[in-house]
Design a protein around this ligand. Sequence first.
Ligand SMILES: N[C@@H](CCC(=O)N[C@@H](CSC(=S)NCCc1ccccc1)C(=O)NCC(=O)O)C(=O)O
Length: 209
Amino acid sequence: MGKYQLIYFNVKGRGEAIRLLFKDNGIAYEEINCGENWLKEWKPQMQFGQVPALKDNDFLLVQTNAILRHLGRKHGLYGNNEQEASLIDMINDGIEDLRVKYLTLIYKNYENGKDIYIAELPAQLQPFEKLLSENGAEKTGCCVGNKRSFADYNLFDLLDINQVLAPKCLDDFPTLTAYYQLQLARPGIADHRESESFKQMNINGNGKQ
Ligand SMILES: N[C@@H](CCC(=O)N[C@@H](CSC(=S)NCCc1ccccc1)C(=O)NCC(=O)O)C(=O)O
């Protein structure tokens, strides 16, 4: 059994940023679909009763962003210094804020909330456009500094799922557009997105996107 196991449902959801980190960095991992027997077998094992979960040998960790930070620390994906690490945390918290807005739309208010979410999306994306353009991310492909971080995988996935929902949402954001294209062109990410498992997998558990 490999060192890492990702325990999650058979959806992109909160697992996709973790999968992208593994794939883009050539880190071997095993995917465990906890959908079968979730309530009886898997939910009781989780510290907060939820997934994604990472098993790192015998160490079990839940909370998406704790998992991303753990892997960032272990695999040199957390900036070149403390200030960069703090900026990466700041951007990742901003990503989480928008992700929660997206998930609330998808799971709680899709039919009535989609139009207003899309109308408000540019204002939500503008801070990322400003931060990344100040960092020259359209050239480096890095949201902070000149080294990729776990936040780059989280931001790429956030931009990806929002473009599925609102295909033109990056049209007024040249830095985010270029940054997104740089991620797409990375061999590890391109290979992952060519895989059958990626193509077959819904973004969200309720099939909405
Ligand atoms: N803070 C946690 C949240 C984890 C989480 O929501 N996990 C979900 C799956 S991942 C996901 S994005 N589910 C959608 C949850 C949602 C519903 C409605 C509004 C917003 C989110 C889960 O385990 N559901 C099963 C259960 O709770 O028994 C994290 O960041 O990992």
